[in-house]
Design a protein around this ligand. Structure first.
Ligand code: C2E
Ligand code: CA
Ligand code: CA
Length: 638
């Protein structure tokens, strides 16, 4: 089948090659008519006159059809073209041969014989090369134009005519073989060109397709979007749904990539089925999908978003395993949220980002405030980089106190930003931006170095706690960076505590484990920060060598504090004492809170009751004061 199709296309190409140069056809025809006209004019022979007129008529018709059909009408059925051409060519060739035969048969003037016979031979031989694209036509024309001459010469008698008959006959087989040779070369080159064109088409399609799901990929999406925009009606809107599977990495990590790939294929299938006809569904790398389609209104768009989300949230069954996958979705409309492709994509991306920040498994429509947020983040990012250089940042230290002795055991390093115009900026405002943009890596290294330097000035038994963001830990060389900072400050690793939150373990991987193991083996301690706000999984506590758990301040102060939170603190403290871990109560602001957590079993406390975060010289003063009094202040238990 494929072979036939190829043959047909090759044949069509070759046929159109026949029409490729109507000019050469016209020149040939002009020469033929001129020669035949001269013969008719000078001889006055009736047959020659009729022949010349018919030949001219056929020639005119052929040139006219050739220029009208031409190669550009190749979509016309090749067979039809061929028949037309054959009929014309054969008639013309035969007329040429016939007029030449007449000049000999009627013994016309030898000059006229020479003129017409040489024209017939020239025509027959040249045409068999010109029309080699269709050997039947070429050889037919060759025979039709030469055989009348051969026959007449053979029957006329005399040595000269006999030799003309013989030499002209000998021309036939050699011209036939030349025709076939040319035909083969033509056919092969056309077929080769065809094949390489098809390969190129196939490569292009492959480059636009995602292998795993068969959907179009980024390149394919771009291509299809451009096409869609060209045909879109003015009263329609283009809706762009940007989907991101939540925690898909976990599926890959726990069940393996083959299962991950099957989930992706299944998601792709569901999206294709749910999306309306004519929609573009594409996989935009990793676990992100984009659906683009025309909608009449925002309401339509919301409805469609609902059904897309519903469809992909249905549980997946793969190899008997039941999987539930949540999805975040950002939606933007064109032209409402962006007049061009890039802008709508950006808007949908921003909306998706908001959906994810708002706790995943959400749908969010783009709105203008998102751009303002982004601007503010961008501004903070740029200023943060400059702030690092301009010394606008500093580290403050907040004591963590032994609830038994009242002595400072540790200082937690907390970063402060004194902005020349905006005043003091809270870490909650800029740390997330630093994390998103990666600035946290430079910033974090700087904080660790500063904190280590400060701690190196304190008495041996006082340690420093530094908050570490997951992004920092995942950066290559993070463990070595910290060890270097310690070495430079001359601080023993056992005096550093790194505070990490449970978010670090959300995508628990070998890197995290290696980081913790490497530093722990050097003596660095780890504390689990903000315990109780996240998953509070005991699994992490078991897996990693935590020396400290910091119970989040929402359990100590604030509106939700009550019997329940008290019970939780007790349970955590109980666990801590059995596992020989310190339990720190954060956010202690009053003496009552201090007593309560101490009574509940917490060993350490931190909060405004003891001290706010203070600059390094004040931290040193606190330590000096404390050590001047001996014995240290006792927290009276009553
Ligand atoms: P965190 O690690 O939980 O730090 C404790 C936060 O609670 C600090 O806020 C501290 O000032 C505040 N705090 C301490 N005692 C009390 C109290 O009695 N009452 C109340 N209401 N708050 C108290 P801060 O300094 O604004 O830091 C906020 C968060 O920013 C930190 O929470 C930490 O997650 C992050 N952060 C601060 N400095 C750094 C840093 O150097 N690196 C990284 N990665 N994150 C940092
Ligand atoms: Ca902390
Ligand atoms: Ca905390």
């Amino acid at each position: 089948m494929a072979g036939d199709a190829l043959d047909d296309r090759v044949r069509r190409k070759l046929v159109t090659s026949l029409y490729a140069q109507p000019a050469s056809l016209a020149i040939g025809a002009l020469c033929g008519s001129a020669a035949a006209g001269v013969v008719a004019w000078y001889s006055g022979n009736l047959l020659a006159i009729i022949g010349a007129i018919t030949l001219t008529a056929v020639a005119v018709l052929r040139v006219a059809t050739a220029s009208r059909l031409g190669p550009e009408s190749a979509r016309r059925d090749a067979k039809h073209l061929e028949l037309l051409y054959e009929a014309g060519a054969f008639t013309y060739a035969f007329l040429v041969g016939l007029i030449a035969a007449i000049t000999i048969g009627y013994r016309l003037d030898p000059g006229l014989q020479l003129l017409m016979v040489s024209y017939a031979i020239a025509y027959g031989t040249s045409v068999s090369a010109r029309n080699a694209g269709r050997p039947i036509i070429a050889i037919g024309q060759l025979f039709l134009s030469l055989s009348p001459v051969i026959v007449v010469c053979a029957f006329t008698g005399g040595l000269v005519y006999a030799i003309i008959a013989i030499t002209t006959s000998l021309l036939l087989p050699s011209m036939v073989s030349i025709t076939f040779n040319v035909f083969d070369v033509l056919r092969e080159s056309v077929a080769a060109a065809e094949t390489s064109q098809r390969m190129a088409d196939k490569m292009r399609d492959l480059a636009r397709t995602d292998v795993v799901t068969g959907l179009s990929n980024r390149a394919g999406l771009n291509h299809e979007m451009v096409e869609k925009l060209m045909t879109m009606r003015d009263d329609q809107k283009l809706a762009l749904f940007w989907l991101d599977l939540d925690k898909f990495k976990e599926v890959n990590d726990t069940l393996g990539h083959p299962v991950g790939d099957r989930v992706l294929s299944e998601v792709a299938r569901r999206l294709r089925e749910t999306a309306p006809e004519g929609a573009t569904v594409s996989r935009f790398g990793g676990d992100e999908f984009i659906v683009v389609c025309e909608v009449a209104s925002r309401g339509d768009c919301e409805k469609l978003a609902g059904s897309l989300l519903e469809e992909i949230s249905r549980p997946y069954r793969i190899d008997g395993e039941r999987l539930e996958i949540a999805t975040s979705m950002g939606i933007a409309l064109m032209p409402d949220d962006g007049a061009d492709l890039d802008t709508v994509m950006q808007s949908a991306d921003l909306a998706l980002y908001h959906a994810k920040v708002n706790g995943r498994n959400q749908t969010s429509f783009f709105d203008a405030s998102m751009t303002r947020d982004l601007m503010r983040r961008k501004e903070i990012e740029a200023e943060l980089r400059a702030a690092l250089q301009r010394d606008e940042l500093s580290i403050f230290f907040q004591p963590i106190v032994d609830l038994d002795t009242g002595r400072i055991r540790t200082f937690e390093a907390l970063v402060r930003w004194f902005h020349p115009e905006k005043g003091e900026l809270r870490p909650d405002e800029f740390i997330p931006v630093a994390e998103e943009t990666g600035v946290i890596i430079t910033l974090g290294n700087w904080i660790t170095a500063q904190a280590a330097k400060a701690c190196a000035q304190w008495p041996e038994d006082v340690t420093i706690a530094v908050n570490l963001s997951p992004v920092q830990i995942k950066a290559p060389g993070s463990a070595l960076g910290i060890l270097n900072a310690l070495k430079e400050a001359g601080l023993h690793p056992s005096r550093l505590e790194l505070e990490v939150t449970e978010s670090l373990f959300l995508d628990d991987n070998a890197n995290t484990a290696r980081f913790i193991e490497k530093l722990a083996s050097e003596g660095v301690k780890f504390a689990l920060d903000d315990f109780g706000t996240g998953y509070s999984s005991l699994g992490y506590i078991n897996k990693y060598p935590f020396k400290k758990i910091k119970v989040d301040r929402s359990f100590v102060s604030g509106p939700d504090v009550g019997r329940k939170s008290d019970a939780i603190i007790r349970a955590v403290a109980e666990m801590g004492s059995r596992l020989e871990m310190d339990i720190v109560a954060e956010g202690l602001e009053t003496i009552e809170q201090v007593r309560a957590v101490r009574e509940a079993g917490c060993t350490l406390g931190q909060g405004y009751y003891f001290s706010r975060a203070v600059p390094d010289y004040l931290a040193a003063t606190l330590l000096a004061q404390e050590r001047a009094k001996d014995p240290p202040i006792r927290l009276a238990a009553g």
